[in-house]
Design a protein around this ligand. Structure first.
Ligand code: PYC
Length: 432
C-alpha cells in the first residue's frame, strides 16, 4: 500500500495518498488530535487540460476516476462552483435500486448496483452500501398491475425482483399495518432484495480520493461562466478562476445542466424542480427495508445511525431553490402518518432540497451533442445518485474512445427529436 505524503499543493507532507489505517492507527490518531490527511489535493487550475468535467458530484468524479483508471487519461480537471459533493450528490436520500420499468433502464441501473456492490473494495474506502431490500407498496389494482409489469421486466433482465403479498410484507416490516381495515390497504408490493441505502458523502469522497490518486485535478469553488465554441467545436471554458483551454467538456451537473449546456449553445428538454427530504432524530433500528408508497407519495428508510429519512414528490413548480418549506413538511408528515401512524411522536431534525432536472420521459440524457467535444450526462430527475458509477464508467468510455457504449445508447439527446422516448415514469418512487 502506498504511503506517500503530499501537502495541499502537491508536495510531500499533509496529504496521504490512498492510505489504509489499522484499527490501532485510527485509535492513536483519534487520541492524538493530529490533523487527518487530506483525501484530495488543492491546486490552482492549469491553463489547459485534455478533459474538463463540469460538476464535482458523484457523476463528475466517477467520470474523471474511470477516465484515469480505465483509459489512462489523467490530464483531467473536475470543476465545481461549490464544494465537492455539495450539489445533488449531497442532497438526496441515497437509495440504490435497479427495479426499473424499461429494459434499457433496468440494465443500466443494474450495472450501477453491481459497481456499487464492489465500490468499497474498488476505492479502498468504505461507502457503507447496505443492501437491506426495497419494497414498493401497491394500494390499488392499477399499482399492482404496474408492479407485476416491472417484476416481469426485471426478471427477464436477471434482476432479483418479485411481487409479494401482505403476509410477506408483514414479515419484512412487522410494525406495518397490512390489515384490510386501513384507509389505504396494502394489496402487495414489488420486493427488490438487492436495493438499499448508501452513505452518499462516502461515495463522493471515495471517488474524489481515487481520482486524485490518479492525478486528476479537483477544483471546488470554480464556477464555469462560459464555454468557448468555434466552428461547432469546443475550445475551452471560462471560469471565475480564469480560462481553461480544452477540446473536451463533459457536463455532469444536476440542477444547472440546462444552463451549462446553454453556454455551449445546446438546448435541453429539461425542467428543474426542487425535491425536498427530511430526517428524524435517531431511534433504535426497527425498519430494515426501504419502503416506498407511490399512492401515499412517500418513501422512508432507516439509516445505520437510526434516523428515518423521508422523501416525497418534487415541488409542483420549477425553481432553483434548495430551501425546505413548511408546506412540504406538513404534507410529508401527513403522508408518513397515513402509512406508519406509530411514528407520530418522532421529531424531525432537518430538511433539505436537491435540484432535479426532469426530462419528458423520466430517463437521463447521455452522450454526444451537436457540438463536437461537448458531452452530456444530465437529466437525472430523481434518480441521479443511484446512477453515479455506471454513468461515470460509460461517459469515460465515450470520451476516451469516441464510441457510445451500448448501455447508454438509448439515452441520447437525439431521441426527443426522433420520437424514441424511454418512458420510465412508472418506475418513479412516487408520483412526480
Ligand atoms: O427513485 O428510488 C428512487 C428515489 C428515491 C428518492 C428519489 N428517487
Amino acid at each position: 500500500m502506498t504511503r506517500s505524503f503530499f501537502s495541499r499543493n502537491g508536495t510531500r507532507s499533509g496529504y496521504q495518498k490512498q492510505a489504509r489505517y489499522s484499527a490501532f492507527d485510527l485509535f492513536r490518531r483519534g487520541l492524538s488530535g493530529a490533523e487527518w490527511p487530506r483525501a484530495w489535493r488543492s491546486r490552482d487550475p492549469k491553463s489547459s487540460y485534455d478533459v474538463v468535467v463540469i460538476g464535482g458530484g458523484v457523476h463528475g468524479l466517477a467520470t474523471a476516476y474511470y477516465l484515469a483508471k480505465e483509459h489512462g487519461i489523467t490530464d483531467v480537471a473536475v470543476l465545481d462552483k461549490g464544494y465537492i459533493g455539495g450539489g445533488a450528490s449531497g442532497r438526496n436520500t441515497a437509495i440504490i435500486r435497479s427495479n426499473y420499468l424499461t429494459p434499457e433502464g433496468v440494465r443500466f441501473y443494474d450495472r450501477s448496483v453491481k459497481l456499487y456492490e464492489n465500490l468499497s473494495a474498488e476505492l479502498n474506502f468504505n461507502v457503507m452500501f447496505s443492501q437491506r431490500g426495497h419494497l414498493t407498496l401497491a394500494h390499488n389494482d392499477g399499482a399492482v398491475r404496474t408492479m407485476r409489469w416491472r417484476a416481469e421486466v426485471n426478471k427477464l433482465e436477471g434482476i432479483d425482483s418479485e411481487v409479494i403479498g401482505p403476509a410477506e410484507i408483514k414479515n419484512l416490516v412487522p410494525f406495518m399495518d397490512t390489515s384490510e381495515h386501513t384507509r389505504y390497504p396494502i394489496l402487495g408490493a414489488l420486493y427488490h432484495p438487492p436495493g438499499g441505502i448508501i452513505r452518499h458523502d462516502a461515495v463522493v469522497w471515495g471517488y474524489a480520493r481515487g481520482a486524485d490518486a490518479h492525478d486528476v485535478h479537483i477544483h471546488p469553488y470554480t464556477e464555469v461562466q462560459g464555454i468557448d465554441v468555434e466552428n461547432g467545436r469546443v475550445h475551452g471554458v471560462r471560469t471565475n478562476r480564469g480560462g481553461i483551454a480544452t477540446s473536451k467538456v463533459v457536463n455532469c451537473t444536476a440542477g444547472y445542466s440546462s444552463l451549462i449546456s446553454g453556454m455551449a449553445g445546446v438546448g435541453m428538454p429539461i425542467g428543474t424542480f426542487p425535491l425536498q427530504a427530511a430526517v428524524t432524530e435517531r431511534v433504535k433500528p426497527f425498519l430494515h427495508p426501504v419502503v416506498v408508497s407511490g399512492t401515499l407519495h412517500v418513501y422512508v428508510s432507516q439509516t445505520d445511525r437510526g434516523e428515518l429519512v423521508f422523501g416525497a414528490s418534487v415541488d409542483p413548480f420549477t425553481s432553483y431553490s434548495t430551501r425546505g418549506s413548511l408546506e412540504f413538511i406538513e404534507g410529508l408528515a401527513g403522508h408518513v402518518l397515513e402509512l406508519m401512524p406509530s411514528l407520530s411522536k418522532l421529531r424531525l431534525l432537518r430538511q433539505w432540497a436537491g435540484l432535479c432536472d426532469m426530462t419528458p420521459d423520466y430517463s437521463p440524457i447521455m452522450g454526444v451533442t451537436p457540438v463536437e467535444g461537448f458531452y452530456i450526462d444530465v437529466g437525472w430527475g430523481t434518480w441521479g445518485f443511484k446512477a453515479g458509477p455506471v454513468s461515470g464508467e460509460a461517459m469515460a468510455e465515450l470520451v476516451a474512445t469516441g464510441k457510445t457504449p451500448k448501455i447508454i445508447a438509448a439515452f441520447d439527446l437525439a431521441r426527443f427529436a426522433e420520437g424514441r422516448l424511454v418512458g420510465e415514469k412508472g418506475a418513479a418512487a412516487v408520483g412526480h
